[in-house]
Write a protein that binds this ligand. Sequence first.
Ligand SMILES: [Zn+2]
Length: 217
Amino acid sequence: MLHIKTFTFNPFQENTYLVYDDQGEAVLIDPGCHTGQERAELEGFITSQNLKLHHLLNTHCHIDHVLGNAWAKKRFGIPLLIHKNELPVLKSVEVYAPNYGFSGYESSEADDFLEEGQVFTIGLESMKIIFVPGHAPGHLVFYHEQSGQCIAGDTLFRGSIGRTDLPGGNHTLLLAKIKSELFSLPDETIIYPGHGPETTIGYEKIYNPFVGERAIQ
Ligand SMILES: [Zn+2]
């Protein structure tokens, strides 16, 4: 069984996810924890559940998703894996972090890359790597087929989609990729987005104002 624990961190209200199997083998996805209190909350859960962290993954590397990268790498001794197209996105955070008020931002380096179609193992479970660029050039989605759960980052939200006005964004591409890569998943698939509450593929197929049947084309 795959377990997903959600935390909401930083002023962007970003969702950080801990994903783990029945034995507590775990990965950390998009650690947005910035304050000592946020990091203590995350670490407290890891300790209380006796989780064994193996990897740090980023769906993409916008500031709100990577604020805790450097800390998590050091604190848990885990490597950071991203799509290679996110390298310049991660690098640019160092430049613009002070403008967003994060003067204490500590940069992090990727240790290895994830590729489209790859299957990523978390203990006894595995997740498929789906490539959904458009919000960011190397945006990845992590899909657990057996339980129908999907960590979707800033691609698809409940009633919305990721913004595409940031560097590397492409609105047309995002719409096309949501339709081809995400709407091909079963309707009951649960979407865990980078911001806001969970949703399902079936709900968004109908009601999403950008990509749903009722979207104004
Ligand atoms: Zn983003």
